[in-house]
Each structure stands twice: as C-alpha cells, then as structure tokens.
Design a protein around this ligand. Structure first.
Ligand SMILES: Cc1cc2nc3c(=O)[nH]c(=O)nc-3n(C[C@H](O)[C@H](O)[C@H](O)COP(=O)(O)O)c2cc1C
Length: 145
C-alpha cells in the first residue's frame, strides 16, 4: 500500500499535466495513496511520510525552477539520513529540449540519498500522448513499490 508523493512546479501548465499523468497511473494501483503537492507548498514532513516520490519541474534558465530548488534547499537538513533508499524518479519540461533540469533533480536526489528507480522523463512543451503514457507507467511503478 504505497504512499506516493508527487512534488512539482509549473507556471504555464505543461509540467502540471505531466504530474497529473503520474498521479493517474499511480491511482490505478489498488490501495495506492497519491498526494500531489506544489513545490512551494511541500514540506520535509511530506517527504519523510511518503514511501516513494516523483519530482517535476520546468527548465528555467538552464536549471530546475526556483520553486523546486527552494523545496530541496528547505528540506535537506531535516531529511538527511532519514530518506535513504526511498524510491524516486524525475520528470521535466523544457522549451528547447534541454535535459538540465532532469539531470539536476536526479543529482540532488542522490544528495538526499534517495534511490532512483526509473529513468527521468522529459517533454518539450505540451507532452505528447506517448510521453503521457510513459508518465502513467512511471506512476504505476512508483506506487507499486
Ligand atoms: C523564466 C523562464 C526561463 C526558461 N528557461 C528555459 C531554458 O533555459 N531552457 C529551456 O529549454 N526552456 C526554458 N524555458 C521554457 C520552459 O521550460 C517551458 O516553457 C516549459 O514548458 C514550462 O513549463 P510549465 O508549463 O510547466 O511552466 C523557460 C521559461 C521561463 C518562463
């Protein structure tokens, strides 16, 4: 009975649609509890309480959004040593096909000692039906444990 937390930031809706697809896939798993949180509202307690987590962000100025970075900045000290080996995966949106945000989220996941359990998913602008399908599968995988 996995509790999946999805933390994301989105300004114009593209990453939000990706987050919703992860949630939809996760909710198809019997017994899964799925929580979607905007990065600015998410707390260390949210991360401590979940069984698995997905992080999503647009690519802004060649990096993840300030909002998701703010979440990581606010929560590292409280979570250090307490979330080791917790499964995580990343997804990101980009205007120009840049992988930077995805790679940076995965790198920070490593600093939290989270365990990457799936390849990151990148979409450029509005996610295609194929990518939304991959995101639903990702949600299922994370919620299955
Ligand atoms: C302030 C700002 C900076 C951006 N910088 C980049 C960038 O460096 N590289 C890139 O590929 N896209 C960049 N973009 C485009 C966004 O990543 C893209 O529009 C994305 O789809 C936005 O996701 P959202 O709809 O979830 O907000 C930038 C957009 C904004 C608003």
């Amino acid at each position: 009975m996995a509790k999946l937390l999805i933390i994301y930031h989105s300004q114009t809706g593209n990453t939000e649609e990706m987050a919703q697809a992860v949630a939809k896939g996760a909710r198809s798993v019997a017994g899964a509890q799925v929580t979607l949180k905007k990065a600015l509202d998410a707390t260390a307690d949210d991360l401590l309480a979940c069984d698995a987590v997905a992080f999503g962000s647009p690519t802004n100025f060649g990096y993840m959004s300030g909002a998701l970075k703010d979440f990581f900045d606010r929560t590292l000290v409280a979570c250090r040593g307490k979330v080791a080996e917790k499964p995580f995966a990343a997804f990101a949106n980009t205007g120009m096909g840049m992988r930077n945000a995805l790679d940076e989220i995965e790198s920070i996941g490593g600093m939290f000692e989270l365990k990457k359990v799936a390849e990151g998913i990148l979409a450029t602008g509005k996610a295609s039906p194929e990518i939304l399908g991959e995101l639903r599968e990702l949600g299922k995988k994370l919620a299955t444990g």
